[in-house]
Write a protein that binds this ligand. Structure first.
Ligand SMILES: Nc1ncnc2c1ncn2[C@@H]1O[C@H](COP(=O)(O)OP(=O)(O)OP(=O)(O)O)[C@@H](O)[C@H]1O
Ligand SMILES: [Mg+2]
Length: 358
C-alpha cells in the first residue's frame, strides 16, 4: 500500500494544537530527528503521514532521550559504562531514568539488583523475555505486564536510587530471539518483530527523561528493538585493534537502519574504556580516535563519531563493582577513581543530547 503523503501545510494542521507553516519549517531546522521527506515535488517536500504522526505524538508526549550503548565486540565495558551513566544521571543529575537490559547475559541486571530477586522475577514472567515470548504465542493471553516488570529504585548505590528504574533481562532470551524473525508469519499476526519493545513501552516512556539501553554484542532483532526506540547511541571501546575494528560496521549499519525507519539515530560518540596508559597500542589508537582517523582508507561518506574527552581507565575497583552481591553502597566504593571519569562522561552526554526536560 502506498503511504499517504502530506506537505508542510498539512503537517501544520496535524499538530495538536495546530501550528503555522513557519513553525514546521523551524522544527525541520531545530530537531535532528524530524523525519526526512519521502520526496520533493514541484509544490515542495512531502512526508509519509504515518511517520509524521509518530513524530508529533512523541513530541507531544515529551519523548525521553533514548541512548543505546553498543559495540559488536564483547567485553569492552558496554555494561559497566551504561550502568554507571544511568546511575549518575539518576542520582547526581536527578533525571528520571529507565535502564533496559537487552543482553541475555543479564550482566547489567545482576549489577543493578540481587540475583535472588532476578531469579524470582524471571520465574514468574517479569523479565523482558516474557514480552517477546508472548509474541511467539499470539493466541494465548499475554503474561507480560510492563508495570509489573519495571523495578523501581534499582542499583546497589544507597541501597537503591529512587529515580532509576530497570527492565531486567533473562538468559532465556537466547532461545527466544532465534524464533523472533518468524513471528510476523504467524497466523494473522501483523506485528513487526522490531517493534515489540516500542509498543510495550509506549504507556510508560513519557515518565522518563532518559532511557539507557545495554545492547548485546550483535545487530540482531533484539538490538534492533532497542535501536527502533533510540534517539542516540554511544560506542564504548577499548582502544585496541580488535575492539575498534567493528566500529565502522556499527556506524554504517545504524545509518542504514536509521534511513529505513526515516529517523535519525545520532551517534553521540566513542568512549575509550579500560585504557592503560602503559600500553603503546592504547596510546596509538587513542590518537587515531581523537583525530577521527578510524575510517581513513574506507570508501565512505560516513564520519567517525567523535571521541568523548573523558576516558575510563583500567581499574581493579570497577572490575569488582560489577556484582550487586558485593554490597557497594557508594559511588566511591563501586567505581573508585573511575567515578570522576564516569561523571565527566555523563556530563558530556547530557550536554550533547540537550534533553527536552530539565
Ligand atoms: N574501567 C575498568 N577497569 C577494569 N575493569 C573493567 C573496567 N570496566 C569494565 N571492566 C571489567 O571488564 C569486564 C567487561 O566489562 P563489561 O561487562 O562492562 O563489558 P561488556 O562490553 O558489557 O561485555 P559483554 O560484551 O560481555 O556484554 C567486566 O569484568 C568488568 O568488570
Ligand atoms: Mg555487557
Amino acid at each position: 500500500m502506498q503511504p499517504k503523503l502530506v506537505g508542510i501545510s498539512e503537517i501544520a494542521e496535524m499538530a495538536d494544537p495546530p501550528v503555522t507553516k513557519q513553525a514546521v519549517a523551524n522544527w525541520r531546522v531545530r530537531y535532528d530527528d524530524f523525519p526526512r521527506p519521502v520526496e520533493t515535488l514541484q509544490s515542495g517536500p512531502v512526508w509519509d503521514a504515518e511517520v509524521i504522526k509518530t513524530w508529533l505524538d512523541a513530541k507531544a508526549g515529551h519523548a525521553p532521550v533514548v541512548i543505546s550503548f553498543i559495540n559488536l565486540k564483547g567485553g569492552v565495558a558496554k555494561t559497566t559504562t551504561s550502568v554507571a551513566v544511568a546511575e549518575i544521571l539518576a542520582k547526581e543529575f536527578r533525571k528520571h531514568v529507565l535502564f533496559i537490559d537487552l543482553d541475555p547475559q543479564t550482566n547489567a541486571t545482576i549489577n543493578l539488583i540481587k540475583e535472588e530477586e532476578w531469579q524470582k522475577r524471571d520465574g514468574d514472567g517479569r523479565t523482558l523475555v516474557q514480552l517477546f515470548r508472548d509474541k511467539l504465542r499470539p493466541d494465548d493471553p499475554p503474561v507480560f505486564d510492563i508495570e509489573k516488570a519495571i523495578i523501581r529504585g534499582a542499583s546497589t548505590i544507597d541501597g537503591g536510587i529512587s529515580r532509576l528504574d530497570l527492565l531486567p533481562s533473562s538468559i532465556q532470551f537466547i532461545e527466544v530471539q532465534e524464533k523472533l524473525p518468524f513471528i510476523a508469519m504467524q497466523g494473522n499476526y501483523n506485528n513487526n518483530p522490531q517493534d515489540i519493545l516500542r509498543r510495550a513501552l509506549q504507556p510508560v516512556l513519557d515518565r522518563y527523561d532518559f532511557v539507557i539501553i545495554d545492547c548485546p554484542p550483535s545487530l540482531g532483532i533484539v538490538t534492533k528493538n532497542g535501536l527502533k526506540i533510540s534517539t542516540h547511541y554511544v560506542i564504548p571501546t577499548i582502544p585496541d585493534i580488535v575492539s575498534t575494528w567493528g566500529i565502522f560496521q556499527i556506524v554504517s549499519n545504524i545509518a542504514t537502519f536509521s534511513e529505513s525507519i526515516n529517523r535519525l539515530i545520532k551517534p553521540l560518540g566513542i568512549v575509550a574504556t579500560k585504557v592503560q596508559g602503559t600500553i603503546d597500542l592504547h596510546a596509538r589508537v587513542m590518537r587515531e580516535l581523537r583525530e577521527s582517523r578510524l575510517f581513513d582508507g574506507k570508501n565512505t561518506d560516513l564520519k567517525q563519531p567523535p571521541l568523548f574527552q573523558n576516558q575510563i581507565k583500567q581499574n581493579a575497583n570497577t572490575a569488582r563493582g560489577a556484582d550487586s552481591e558485593a554490597n557497594l553502597n557508594t559511588f566511591r566504593q563501586k567505581y573508585g577513581p573511575n567515578y570522576e571519569e564516569f561523571f565527566g562522561l555523563t556530563k558530556e552526554i547530557l550536554e550533547k543530547c540537550n534533553p527536552p526536560k530539565s
